[in-house]
Design a protein around this ligand. Structure first.
Ligand SMILES: Cc1cc2nc3c(=O)[nH]c(=O)nc-3n(C[C@H](O)[C@H](O)[C@H](O)COP(=O)(O)OP(=O)(O)OC[C@H]3O[C@@H](n4cnc5c(N)ncnc54)[C@H](O)[C@@H]3O)c2cc1C
Length: 661
């Protein structure tokens, strides 16, 4: 194991600082013993334990020792480096030592928290700390890599999350490109009727924000557009955006609607989720931004050669332009906010509930459209099958959520609230009707949320039944629901007029593709993963990319708006510096040893490996490199090394662990 191992520079003076972390470490590890053992280790000239090393007195202890003991390097044995590495490196720097001469020995997550036997845990803590002492002796003093920053941002997704983030960044004085894949911004919020818990009209609070986006001098709005390619790194991304042709010139269009009157094609209207139809040339909804028509190339009888042309014939201002072509627009931005939102779990996913098969079985968003004054029934609750007012409606929660065996294991979080809203609004529209809600538990955590659910029960007489529904089927013009009430232990059969399913929320359709292009991580359910679940909830693990809205997890509007503003403020703080600092712990290549085999190129997840044709070797783009070490493991000749994680350092550490010295 000690092959190629150079002699450690034993003249280097190392200080070791062992943190008790209250009883988090000291409860399982004999910290005094660790300190004593380390004091006798080669090169260690100072060793001390302290109750909270991260506290001000703890940091001062380290700084004083650096100066008084003339230390060359420092090891702090404490919690994970992801929590306090920067704290101790900053403290080291303030005492005049290069911060990369400070290393963390993780004796909490990797030792005290996972062991019960104090003697064994103490021995392990000693080994871990000694191994890090061996590593730090060979550390190089490094300087952060300085990179320029382009102070423009791109926001992907024009729902409430993207709109809020774009407005906040733009109001902070920076240019924003807002990219939305559909013909209008607004996302799902613009489809909603009234919103819990205040029951204010969704469109009334959303449309002013949409207009503000369209008029904002710092926002470049690109609807019907998608990110096609992205390269670069934090502060310096290059993006290619595909702008699809709408075949209508918005400058000339007067919104007279003559084109839709003559268009012979009728297809499902996505905005009304199939409850109405639309023409092949259409405006998604009356308040759409931009306010113009789109010619849907997939459903138009034909453009090349023109097979119909009726819309162009009646368009007086000549706004129809069949010659429009897709355009690729290149932009440079310094930061990206991803706000691609959610979709509901697919229609046919729960066959036993008959969604997509029985016309009077709807999902929550379809019911929102029925409730909406701008919806297919102008706000009247009418059954899709016969346009009669339903007198008994069953609402079913957790359709596909909290079902790890068959569907999604997670809770979709907002369904309890919107189902209470649906049942309540139904009763407001049909006072002599009866609403039933099947639920597993009611989760109404949020300001005024519990009171809202209670109101549905107490004031509107909604009947809540605790239990699951096993089957829904059509029966003599009714929709029969078989379920069980687990509180009374009775089987329940309701011959309802309509059923509304609270389907699980899932990442928006196509999000896998955009995630791959952006190279951001997702969780097991495909939602965007945050850099740290508690401490960095709006950052992705890729520097310069931030998360907002339901693309990260199911969320309601207040939470989405708060997170979007959080992401925007992160972007603004990134833009506040003249230059950015990149961690210098990156891969390096020994040019004399590299054979140019290129194995490292496809392995690098950050595209940081580049083949230098002239030299016949593979080099590293230090700014793109995130120091993950994949290329080092893959390099067959050992030409690739990671700064401060060299083979020699790893061998020294392993020697300590194996020999127990
Ligand atoms: C039935 C129902 C009722 C609800 N009622 C309420 C309520 O009363 N109160 C409340 O607080 N919340 C309610 N909600 C929740 C609310 O809908 C969400 O919190 C909110 O819409 C999430 O906003 P968002 O911007 O994150 O996502 P979305 O609204 O989904 O917007 C995402 C946007 O990104 C676009 N997009 C997706 N992928 C791409 C891509 N690759 N490139 C470019 N653009 C892309 C989409 O087209 C869309 O415009 C309800 C939800 C449901 C299902």
């Amino acid at each position: 194991m000690s092959k190629n191992k150079p002699k450690n520079d034993s003249k280097k003076r190392t200080g070791v600082f062992i943190c008790h972390c209250g009883i988090n470490i000291a409860g399982t590890v004999d910290v005094e013993k660790v300190s004593k053992e380390l004091a006798g280790h080669e090169g260690v000239v100072f060793s001390k334990d302290y109750v909270y090393m991260c506290s001000d007195p703890g940091q001062k202890l380290i700084q004083d020792a650096i100066k008084e003991q003339n230390l060359d390097n420092v090891v702090v044995a404490c919690c994970s480096p992801s929590l306090h590495e920067s704290t101790f490196r900053n403290a080291t720097k303030s005492a005049g030592l290069n911060p990369y001469q400070c290393e963390i020995a993780n004796i909490r997550e990797q030792c005290s928290w996972v062991h019960k036997n104090k003697e064994n845990a103490t021995n392990k803590a000693v080994k871990i700390t000694k191994s890090i002492v061996e590593k730090v002796k060979l550390n190089e003093s490094l300087e952060p890599i300085s990179i320029p920053v382009t102070r423009r941002a791109m926001v992907i997704g024009g729902g409430i999350a993207g709109i809020q983030a774009a407005l906040d960044i733009a109001n902070g004085g920076h240019e924003v490109i807002l990219v939305e894949k559909s013909p209008s911004i607004g996302g799902h919020m613009i489809q909603l009727s009234e919103t819990f818990p205040t029951l204010d009209c969704s469109q009334c609070i959303m449309t002013p924000k949409m207009v503000e986006v369209s008029k904002h001098p710092k926002i470049k709005l690109m609807t019907y557009s998608e990110v096609q390619e992205i390269s670069g790194y934090v502060g310096n991304f290059k993006v290619k955006i595909l702008k699809k042709p709408t075949f209508v010139d918005p400058e000339k269009c007067t919104l007279c609607d003559e084109c839709t009157n003559v268009c012979p094609v009728v297809v499902e209207n996505e905005f009304d989720l199939g409850l109405t139809g639309r023409r092949a040339i259409y405006i998604p909804f009356p308040q759409a931004i931009p306010a113009t028509y789109t010619l849907d190339i997939n459903n138009c009888p034909g453009l090349l050669p023109i097979a119909c042309g009726k819309c162009a014939d009646v368009c007086e201002p000549n706004a129809i332009d069949y010659d429009q072509k897709p355009e690729i627009i290149e932009e440079e931005v310094g930061a990206i906010v991803i706000a691609t939102g959610y979709d509901l779990y697919g229609k046919n996913k729960i066959a036993e509930y008959g969604h997509g098969k029985y016309p009077d079985v709807l999902d929550g968003l379809q019911f929102e459209r029925l409730l909406s004054a701008s919806g297919p029934t102008k706000g009247k609750i009418l059954r899709p099958s016969d346009h009669q007012e339903p007198k008994e409606v069953v609402f079913i929660q957790c359709c596909g959520s909290r079902d790890p065996e068959l569907h999604k294991s997670y809770c979709s979080k907002i369904c309890c609230m919107y189902t209470a809203k649906h049942a309540m609004l139904y009763k407001h529209h049909v006072p002599d009707g009866q609403a039933y809600v099947f639920y597993i538990d009611i989760r109404s955590g949020g300001k005024n949320y519990e009171e809202f659910v209670q109101r549905a029960v107490e004031e509107d007489g909604v009947v809540y039944l605790r239990g699951k529904v096993s089957k829904i089927f059509q029966n003599n013009g009714k929709v029969t629901v078989w379920g069980v009430d687990t509180l009374s232990g009775k089987d329940i059969e309701i011959n309802a007029d309509m059923v509304v399913l609270a389907m699980a929320m899932q990442p928006a359709e196509g999000s896998e593709e955009i995630v791959k292009k952006l190279k951001v991580a997702t969780d097991k359910d495909g939602f965007l993963a945050e850099a740290h679940p508690k401490l960095r909830p709006v950052e992705s693990i890729t520097s310069g990319m931030y998360l907002a809205g339901a693309a990260q997890a199911p969320k309601d509007i207040p939470e989405v708006v708060a997170q979007a503003s959080g992401a925007a403020s992160k972007v603004q703080s990134l833009f506040s510096a003249d230059r950015l600092q990149h961690d210098p712990i990156v891969a390096v290549v020994d040019e004399d040893v590299c054979s140019g085999c290129k194995l490292c190129i496809p392995i690098c997840p950050y595209d940081a490996r580049i083949f230098d044709e002239e030299k016949g070797i593979v080099t590293v783009n230090e700014v793109l490199c995130e120091g993950c070490g994949s290329c080092i493991a893959a390099c067959p000749s050992g030409a690739a090394q990671q700064k401060n994680f060299t083979d020699d350092q790893i061998y020294s550490m392993v020697d300590i662990i194996l020999k127990g010295e």
